[in-house]
Design a protein around this ligand. Sequence first.
Ligand SMILES: Nc1ncnc2c1ncn2[C@@H]1O[C@H](COP(=O)(O)OP(=O)(O)O)[C@@H](O)[C@H]1O
Ligand SMILES: [Mg+2]
Length: 226
Amino acid sequence: MIELKDINRHFKNGDQLNHILKDINFNVQEGEFVAIMGPSGSGKSTLINILGFIDRGYDGDYLFKGENFKKTSDNRLAEIRNKTVGFVFQNFKLIQNNTILENVSIPLVYAGVSSQERKERVRKKLNQVGLYDKEDQLPNKLSGGQQQRVAIARAVINKPEFIIADEPTGALDQKTSEDIINLFEDLNKELNTTIIVVTHEREVAEKADRIIHILDGRIQEEEVMK
Ligand SMILES: Nc1ncnc2c1ncn2[C@@H]1O[C@H](COP(=O)(O)OP(=O)(O)O)[C@@H](O)[C@H]1O
Ligand SMILES: [Mg+2]
């Protein structure tokens, strides 16, 4: 589904050119659960910004289902991103003055789904993530783990082709982290959702099929878990 061929990414810093990603090659198959590990500053977020169609300033080829979006217009790319990728972040990124139901509905609003159908689908999804009674609450009334469940519900509500999670358990305690990673595992197994998760935590990464280790912008090692 995802093919990266000789990806290099440089960033300008004054008159310096910093080489951040170096000859990155890897593929992700449909239905795979892949973890990316590496120290802070090693290029993990830079890499997933490319995977998530946010950054196109790279050299090399990124093929998604055989297609290259390098020359696609920004508007069209935003559309593709909306229906293709679900994002989950360390700090949840929920809209604080929207209810839980409204937060999870957002991708469906963009997709033009009717209000009635949105409600039905969001309620079903909240039920799946164990938050069926929270739809009218505001995010700050929920615990960190519950807020991350809301963010995950929002990421998957429009059935994206894959999910990118950047340090999704970074702000959570150990027990809650376990719950969240189990939720990813369930989504991967039950709905066959393709998941790419960036994490510092070995216990989180070990739930994946494969761990890609990045050091200083380079893939150092691939570890097959299953
Ligand atoms: N937009 C940018 N402009 C300039 N430098 C950047 C940009 N994005 C990331 N970098 C640099 O790239 C390096 C890797 O960053 P990042 O991908 O965020 O690392 P990680 O997510 O592994 O902690 C860092 O040195 C960072 O300063
Ligand atoms: Mg990062």
